[in-house]
Design a protein around this ligand. Structure first.
Ligand code: ADP
Ligand code: ADP
Length: 234
C-alpha cells in the first residue's frame, strides 16, 4: 500500500483567480525518500499544506495510510497529523521559551502512538529525545536551555529531533538544512537519513540544494508535475 496517494487533485486558495495545484497523480511509498523542488511560487508549500490536511483540495483524492484526511473531523485530523507526521518547518516553529528537551518531547504529548514508540526505543520519551539530539550532534549541555538561546543551526537540529521523535510514518521537511553551511549540511543530512531509515519513515523534503539529491530515490520537479503552473506559463 502507498503511504500517500494523490489523484486528480485541484486546489485553489480562497479568493485566488488561478489554481495553485493541478496534479494528476502522485504516490509516495513506505520508506521512500522524495526530493521536491522548483522555483518560488510553483506550489511547494501549498502541496505540503495539502498533504498534511491543513487545506483540502476542491476536487480529487488524497489518502495517507489509506485514510482520506478531508473526511475526518477537524479534531481527528489534528490527531492523525500528530500521530503520523513529523514536520520540520522552514522557520522551525519551536516554542522559544521552552527548553530544547521540552520542545522535542512536546511532539509526544499529543500522541500516544509516538509516545509508545519513543519508549520502546529508549525506555522513556526524555531518553529518546536525548538520543536523537545527540545523534543530530546538538551539544549535550544545551538540552535544558531555552531554544531562543541557541544558534539558528542548533535550532534546526532541535526542529529535526522534534519531527523524528516517536518515528512518525511520514517526515516532511521544508528546507531543513538552510541554516547550515555546506560541510555541515551533508553531514546533517546523513545523520537525519540514518534516523529516518531506522524508523522506517518516508521523507518528503523541499530543498534548493541539488547536492543533496543523491540521498533520494525519487525527485519531483514540481512545475513538471503541477499543470496549474504550466497553464500559468502559457
Ligand atoms: P517558500 O519559500 O516556503 O515558498 P513563501 O514566501 O512562498 O515561502 O511563503 C511563505 C508562507 O506564506 C507560506 O506559508 C505560504 O503558504 C504563505 N503564502 C505564500 N503566498 C501567499 C499569498 N499570496 N497569500 C497568503 N499567504 C501566502
Ligand atoms: P512555493 O512554496 O513553491 O514557493 P507556494 O505554494 O507558496 O509556492 O505558492 C503557490 C501559489 O499559491 C502562489 O501563487 C502563492 O501566491 C499562492 N499561495 C501560497 N500560499 C497561499 C495562501 N496561504 N493564501 C493564498 N495564496 C497562497
Amino acid at each position: 500500500m502507498s503511504l500517500l496517494s494523490l489523484s486528480d487533485i485541484r486546489f485553489r486558495w480562497p479568493n485566488a483567480t488561478h489554481d495553485a495545484l493541478q496534479i494528476d497523480s502522485l504516490d509516495v511509498q513506505a520508506n521512500e525518500r522524495v526530493f521536491l523542488y522548483g522555483p518560488s511560487g510553483c506550489g511547494k508549500s501549498t502541496l505540503l499544506s495539502l498533504i498534511v490536511g491543513v487545506v483540502a483540495p476542491q476536487s480529487g483524492k488524497l489518502e495517507m495510510l489509506g485514510q482520506s484526511l478531508a473526511e475526518l473531523s477537524s479534531a481527528k485530523r489534528d490527531q492523525f497529523r500528530a500521530d503520523h507526521i513529523g514536520y520540520v518547518f522552514q522557520q522551525f516553529n519551536l516554542l522559544p521559551y521552552l527548553s530544547v528537551l521540552q520542545n522535542v518531547t512536546l511532539a509526544c504529548q499529543f500522541s500516544k502512538t509516538r509516545t509508545a514508540k519513543a519508549i520502546k526505543r529508549s525506555g522513556t520519551v526524555a531518553q529518546e529525545a536525548r538520543r536523537l539530539l545527540n545523534q543530530l550532534q546538538l551539544p549535550g549541555e544545551l538540552i535544558d536551555s531555552p531554544v531562543n538561546e541557541l544558534s539558528i543551526g542548533q535550532q534546526q537540529r532541535v526542529a529535526a529531533a522534534r519531527a523524528l521523535i516517536g518515528s512518525p510514518e511520514l517526515i516532511i521537511a521544508d528546507e531543513p538544512t538552510s541554516a547550515l553551511d555546506k560541510v555541515n549540511r551533508q553531514r546533517f543530512m546523513e545523520l537525519l537519513l540514518t534516523e529516518i531509515e531506522h524508523a522506517g519513515s518516508s521523507l518528503i523534503m523541499v530543498s534548493h540544494d541539488e547536492q543533496l539529491l543523491e540521498h533520494f530515490q525519487k525527485d519531483i520537479h514540481l512545475p513538471s508535475l503541477n499543470k496549474a503552473v504550466q497553464h500559468g506559463l502559457d
